[in-house]
Design a protein around this ligand. Structure first.
Ligand code: DPP
Ligand code: ZN
Length: 860
């Protein structure tokens, strides 16, 4: 395979300051004429003009208006030898959007034409130096049949439009901001707009439009509110103002990812635009708000300052994820948002860091860049920049980001440029901190506390290790900022927080004035993305779960209480007495949380959540997923029985709260379904009735989906009735039918695997729509009991999917390799079956570069 190395970066030989693109749009034969004004790059190597292509055929090549023959194909690339310093190069190609099932480049989606160019889709549209360090001003002319494609959109501002007598019409768009090709976009089709306006901080009026299919415009209000809030927030918090007269968003049903930040023309998966109470859960509402903000924030962190090369992806993604997390924290409950973000990190990124696909947030090599749009680059990337905010404080951090935007506006920058700007602007020394960009793996921090009663001093002894990862057997110590508090047992208070910054393999810190050993609250707010091993007593964890004034630490104590118990249970370290004592402690802490009048229900909802099986699995090596599942379910059932009255009272209380988008109503909805989850484990028959009643009474999707989720795990007539009702009720709404597939594939039902097999044959199932594929198979791969079936049937099912999907959409297919790739940390019998499934994929005669890279790395 061809491996691209970060160290091999060379500036382009030619630049393209201006490009004119002419599209004659058609569903199956679109003609593209690209006119490139090229200039020799003084920083380049003097070589020929290299224009990347992917499956393209040049119908004609002209230089300075004359047909030209001094060009050649090198693989998929078109290479032109050019003398002198500046030329105009014109190339004609024809592409078939309908045949484009990869959904990269220009493709058709239900009669609509749209584009996805990040990372390397533009080269499927026309020949171009398709690399993010070539920035051009785009002028785009779109011509299409007016009846089929009444709306014609591209980046920037509309310049002119008109109609012809043959039934076609045309529109010219110009984007004054130089941008890399990955930010190019066009959309043509029959769409309707919801409109809004925003007045920027310097008083400019910006027109806002969200384009959807007719009928969906009633579901765009939340996205529009989120967009306006994002624009105001970025001015206030980061001093960033929008820079065009127009901001368009288009929602499409067929989309590989969540959304795309194309300059002035964001294209979204409908999943992250459409929301109303009847069809979208509270979680869906949060997803819309967060992704709208994320893509909008890219206008500065990604577009105005872009990436020099794809190894720098975290420059824009890590920073933009941090920005969207901060925004969502400001819009809702900051502590709850932090807990949710950490849960995502632990369930998605920690397993990546401990597996065969581990990579630093700034990778050193890749075969297919699409494979590096990962939780590591995005979410750990955000955590790394968040640590800079902890070290600098928000004011100095802002001085750093101001300097970054000032220094690099209009440039294609590197992660190093960002770190240097924060260092200079915030006045930090980040020399050693840079290791976070270089070293993969989740650092492990061991801590031991000793107390000297005579002197009243407390010593914390820390050890840090970064586990070996592929290609990185030996690691250096990291900079790890740990917000810490030491609670006085008697008063239940602490005397102020300390920021402990680790930077060596072993270190001790001493604190004075403690007559009794304090209760240690460490890594408050999850100030560093590390795993902490601090043997804390059950009493201390119960204390923190009830008293810690840092909401995250309170959650963490509750999680840790359950993790310690379940890990001991799975490792057969609990005799009957110890098991009973552990359970009693958990029930005591949980009961206190249920009864605590000072807690709001949104936060209560976080505190009562059991740690997920993926996070539990990270604590065990090798892990028997069936044991983890069984122990966790048994504990859940026991807590459902033990606290049965409290759960029923909670469900009753929350069911009486009317629908609203306020925190109290949202908290009530969250708890309502959680109560059902515990009760279902304890008493399936009675709870089926309760869940069906919640389903029938539901006036919103949060309640309806929650009830159906619980029913899907149970047997009986209520399950079948609710599933049939749900499908019939929402048959014409693709996003809701996705839920119908997911709930069944992810369910606790012992026959979930058979259900998935049957659902794959359902007339509503298709391999060509990524949302539908993910709805069925990602939910299944994340369902431990079904995926890890002891006979390997779950692994075979995913391998079959990958092989069937790969020729259609290699990008999406490759996403399914990681669950199989975890085999090294799984008990030997299942590990062998997982490996065999990977080997069967590897043996296929033709595989996409995407799947090939992930499978071969998973087998290494
Ligand atoms: N750049 C996109 C995003 O993360 C990914 N397609 O917003
Ligand atoms: Zn992004």
């Amino acid at each position: 395979p061809v491996v691209i190395q970060r160290a091999d970066y060379r500036p382009p030989a030619w630049l393209v300051p201006d490009i004119a693109l002419d599209f004659l749009l058609d569903l199956s034969a679109t003609q593209v004429t690209a006119t490139l004004d090229v200039e020799r790059n003084p920083a380049g190597d003097g070589g020929p003009l290299r224009l990347n292509g992917d499956g393209l055929v040049a119908q004609s090549v002209a230089v300075d208006g004359e047909p030209h023959s001094a060009w050649r194909m090198e693989g998929d690339d078109l290479v032109v030898d050019l003398p002198g310093e500046a030329h105009q190069v014109t190339i004609e190609t024809t592409i078939d959007p309908t045949a484009n099932t990869q959904l990269s480049g220009l493709y058709a989606s239900g009669g609509l034409l749209c584009t996805q160019c990040e990372a390397e889709g533009f080269r499927r549209i026309t020949f171009f130096p398709d690399r993010p360090d070539v920035l051009s001003r785009y002028t785009v002319t779109l011509t299409a049949d007016k009846a089929a494609f009444p709306v014609l959109l591209s980046n920037g501002n509309p310049m002119d439009s008109g109609e012809e007598e043959d039934g076609t019409h045309w529109a010219i768009w110009h984007d004054p901001w130089p941008k890399p090709s990955y930010l190019f976009a066009l959309v043509a089709g029959d769409l309707v707009a919801t409109r809004g306006t925003f007045t920027t901080m310097s008083g400019r009026e910006v027109e806002l439009a969200i384009w959807v299919r007719a009928g969906d415009e009633t579901r765009t209000g939340h996205a529009m509110r989120a967009l306006i809030a994002s624009m105001a927030w970025d001015e206030k918090v980061y001093g960033r103002e929008y820079d065009l007269d127009l901001f368009n968003i288009v929602a499409v049903s067929d989309f590989n990812a969540g959304a795309m930040e194309n300059k002035g023309l964001n294209i979204f998966n409908t999943r992250y635009i459409l929301a109303d109470p009847e069809t979208a859960t509270d979680g869906d509402y949060d997803g819309v708000e967060g992704v709208v903000a994320h893509e909008y924030f890219h206008n500065w962190s990604g577009n105005r300052v872009t990436c020099r090369d794809w190894f720098q992806l975290s420059l824009k993604e890590g920073f933009t994820v941090l920005r969207d997390q901060q925004f969502s924290a400001d819009m809702g409950s900051a502590p709850v948002k932090r807990i949710e973000d950490v849960r995502v990190l632990r369930s998605a990124q920690f397993p990546e860091d401990s597996g065969p696909l581990a990579h630093p947030i700034r990778p050193n090599s890749y075969q297919e860049i699409s494979n590096f749009y990962t939780a590591t680059v995005y979410n750990k990337g955000a955590e790394v920049i968040r640590m800079m905010t902890v070290l600098a404080g928000s004011e100095r951090f802002r001085a750093g980001t101001d300097l970054y935007f000032e220094r690099h506006d209009g440039e294609a920058a590197t992660c190093e440029d960002f770190v240097k700007a924060i260092e200079d602007g915030a006045g930090l020394d980040l020399a050693q901190f840079r290791r976070w960009y270089e070293q993969a793996g989740t650092p492990q921090v061991d801590v031991a506390m000793t107390h000297d009663a005579a002197s009243g001093s407390v010593t914390l002894a820390f050890k840090q290790t970064v586990p070996p990862t592929p290609g990185q057997p030996v690691k250096q110590p990291m900079v790890i900022p740990l917000r810490t508090a030491l609670f006085d047992r008697a008063s239940g208070a602490h005397g102020g927080e300390h920021l402990i910054v680790l930077n060596e393999a072993a270190q001790t810190f001493t604190f004075d004035g403690f007559a009794q050993a304090p209760v240690l609250s460490l890594n408050r707010g999850f100030s560093a993305p590390v795993a902490i091993n601090a043997p804390q007593s059950v009493d201390d964890l119960v204390f923190l779960a009830a008293h810690d004034d840092d909401a995250f630490a309170r959650y963490e104590a509750m999680q840790q209480l359950v993790v310690q118990h379940l890990v001991a249970a799975v490792e057969d370290r609990l005799d009957d007495a110890a098991r009973a004592a552990g359970r009693a402690a958990i029930a005591g802490a949980l009961g206190a949380i249920l009864a605590d009048p000072a807690l709001d229900d949104l936060m209560r909802g976080e505190l009562v959540m059991l740690p997920g099986e993926a996070y539990l699995a990270e604590q065990l090596n090798p892990v028997d997923p069936a044991r983890v599942h069984a122990e966790r379910e048994a504990l859940k059932a026991w807590l459902g029985t033990e606290l049965g009255d409290a759960w029923r009272a909670l469900h009753d209380r929350c069911s009486a709260v009317p629908y609203g988008l306020d925190a109290a109503a949202r908290g009530a909805r969250k708890l309502k379904t959680q109560a059902l989850v515990y009760l279902a484990a304890a008493d399936p028959a009675q709870t089926a009735l309760r869940a069906k009643a919640q389903y029938d009474a539901a006036d919103n999707m949060t309640d309806r989906q929650g009830a159906l989720m619980v029913l899907c795990g149970l047997d009986g007539p209520q399950r079948e009735a609710a599933l049939a009702d749900f499908h019939a009720r929402f048959a014409d709404n693709r996003l809701v039918i996705d839920k119908w597939f997911s709930l069944q594939a992810g369910s606790l039902h012992p026959k979930a695997l058979d259900h998935v097999r049957a659902l794959a044959q359902h007339p509503d199932f298709t391999l060509t729509n990524p949302n539908r594929v993910r709805a069925l198979y990602m939910a299944f791969a994340a369902n431990p009991q079904a995926f890890h079936a002891a006979d390997g049937a779950g692994y075979a099912l995913i391998a079959d999917l990958i092989l069937a999907l790969d020729p259609i959409n290699g990008n999406v297919a490759a996403r399914f390799v990681a669950p199989l790739g975890r085999w090294r940390r799984i008990e030997p019998q299942r590990a062998a079956l997982m490996r065999a499934a990977l080997e069967r994929i590897a043996a296929a005669p033709r595989l996409s570069r995407d799947v090939r890279e992930q499978v071969s790395k998973s087998l290494e």
